[in-house]
Design a protein around this ligand. Structure first.
Ligand SMILES: Nc1ncnc2c1ncn2[C@@H]1O[C@H](COP(=O)(O)OP(=O)(O)OP(=O)(O)O)[C@@H](O)[C@H]1O
Length: 319
């Protein structure tokens, strides 16, 4: 982390500093010794499967949940002792179920502006936020009549009402279709372009890979690794996965093909994780022809964050 700061020079101003964070629920160590640093102006992702401890971590950083142990500083404030002050400088995305269905989009934004006691022209601010989240035409629509994606965008607009330095988004794209997800990513990038820091949780590795400047991979309450998506992927000994459907039985030889570091099978579908795509494919072709086996649907997938997760945990993010 310090290395990254050095590389970034003056830009790398710490905005969140977490040390030794722990939280237990009965026998469950939901957060089990987390250290993290988030820099100003980055989109920082916490990636992990269900139950990894992402939400619990986020809620402690937001000052909503009390840690059992550890220190959290956000923009110079202690998130435990100064949680009241913290509220003025952070924006937290609410679950859309917490919105008032019978209010219009504009009324909802106006209500939140008032609750925050935001100064300046309220109307202007509401319109600017609607514009930013592409809901300008929906201002008078009831919240209950918005689509899932539109409700998510509204909940993000609400998180921006108090002009926060740091914005927290908990699984902002869960349940959205691919297009709505992409629109939301665009919005998150825009929030960064305004100079804000975004911290989000996700269990979609492609979201972390495409959107986040840096990613902390979490499992069982711990951070396994934290870096830029590219550095995480480059640090792997595996550089691709070869996917192929095998008609027949090439058994016995796949593990020994050149470059292969792991084999998974499901019926005739085979996934070969390899450190040398070319040698693996040549070997695979040779093996298939020697044994009179037919190969179909040969595809090569570059290594991604899923492979990073597998290499640290030995299992898939989706398990
Ligand atoms: N209020 C609570 N009481 C008891 N156990 C809890 C509570 N909140 C979370 N847990 C447990 O703590 C662990 C971490 O949960 P958390 O919600 O932080 O994970 P997550 O990574 O955000 O998962 P998801 O992706 O499903 O939201 C889980 O085992 C969960 O069951």
């Amino acid at each position: 982390m310090e290395e990254l700061a050095a590389r970034r020079g003056a830009e790398a101003e710490e905005v969140i500093r977490i040390r030794g964070l722990r939280k237990r629920y009965g026998d469950v160590a939901a957060v089990d010794g987390v250290d993290l640093t988030v820099y100003r102006g980055e989109i920082f992702g916490i990636l992990g499967p269900n139950g990894a401890g992402k939400t619990t971590t986020l809620e402690m950083v937001e000052g909503l949940r009390r840690p059992d142990e550890g220190e959290i500083e956000v923009a110079g404030y202690d998130a435990v002792r100064e949680s009241g002050r913290l509220k003025g400088i952070i924006g937290v995305q609410l679950q859309t179920t917490a919105l008032f269905d019978y209010l219009s989009v504009e009324e909802t934004l106006a209500l939140f502006s008032d609750l925050y006691g935001v100064g300046g022209s309220r109307r202007e601010r509401v319109l600017r936020l609607l514009e930013m989240v592409s809901l300008a035409e929906k201002g008078r629509e009831r919240v209950s009549r918005l689509s899932g994606g539109q409700q998510q965008r509204l909940s993000i607009a609400l998180a921006l009402v108090n002009d926060p330095q740091v914005v927290f988004l908990d699984e902002p794209t869960t349940g959205l279709d691919p297009q709505a997800r992409r629109n939301l990513w665009e919005m998150v990038r825009e929030i960064r372009a305004q100079g804000r820091t975004v911290v989000l949780t996700t269990h979609y590795m492609e979201e972390a890979e495409e959107l986040c400047d840096r990613v902390a991979v979490m499992d069982h309450g711990r951070v396994l690794v934290c870096d830029t998506p590219l550095s995480l992927i480059r640090s792997l000994e595996v550089d691709a996965t070869v996917l192929v459907t095998v008609d027949g039985r090439p058994d016995g030889g796949l593990e020994r093909l050149p470059g292969v570091r792991g084999v998974e099978r499901s019926g005739g579908d085979v996934r070969l994780r390899t450190a040398d795509v070319q040698e693996t494919i040549i070997g695979l072709m040779r093996l298939a022809s020697e044994r009179g086996v037919r190969l179909r649907n040969l595809t090569v997938q570059s290594a991604n964050l899923e492979d990073v997760f597998i290499s640290y945990t030995g299992r898939s993010l989706r398990d």
